[in-house]
Write a protein that binds this ligand. Structure first.
Ligand code: CO
Length: 134
């Protein structure tokens, strides 16, 4: 069911420092920061030949990554995003198998303007999984 790895998201406490690590130390191509108030993050996209890395810095008090950074003050891998062809089919299939979809259980529009959903880490090897309709 899952297809390509769309991105790996890393939560960071200091986006400028993270950009410097990826651009200057690792020599990757890094986008300008994109402010996404509706998602509670500022994000930078690191473009790699086969996928991308998203560096997420919390934005505002209600940021979904605020608590993660409290537990992981140096930052850390936050989630993996896999592509699926049809998010409604994927959601129905997974919930029928007992997997938990976070939030209200429905897909919503994600940071790339495409429908996404998040799956409970306890059901997926301890990793928060995002599915994005390709
Ligand atoms: Co993501």
């Amino acid at each position: 069911m899952i297809g390509k790895l769309n991105h790996v998201a890393i939560a960071v406490p200091d986006l400028d420092a993270a950009v410097s690590i990826y651009r200057d130390t690792l020599g990757a191509e890094v986008s300008e920061p994109v402010i996404l108030p509706e998602h509670g993050v500022t994000v930078v996209f690191v473009e790699l030949p086969n996928t991308r890395i998203e560096l997420l810095q919390p934005l505002g008090e209600q940021s979904p990554i605020g608590r993660f950074l409290e537990k992981n003050p140096a930052g850390g891998m936050h989630h993996l995003c896999y592509e699926v062809e049809d998010i409604e089919t994927a959601a129905a299939h997974l919930t029928a198998l007992g997997a938990r979809v976070l939030g209200n259980g429905r897909p919503r529009i994600g940071a790339h303007g495409k429908p996404v959903l998040f799956l409970h880490p306890k059901d997926f090897c301890g990793t928060l999984v995002e599915l994005e309709q390709a």
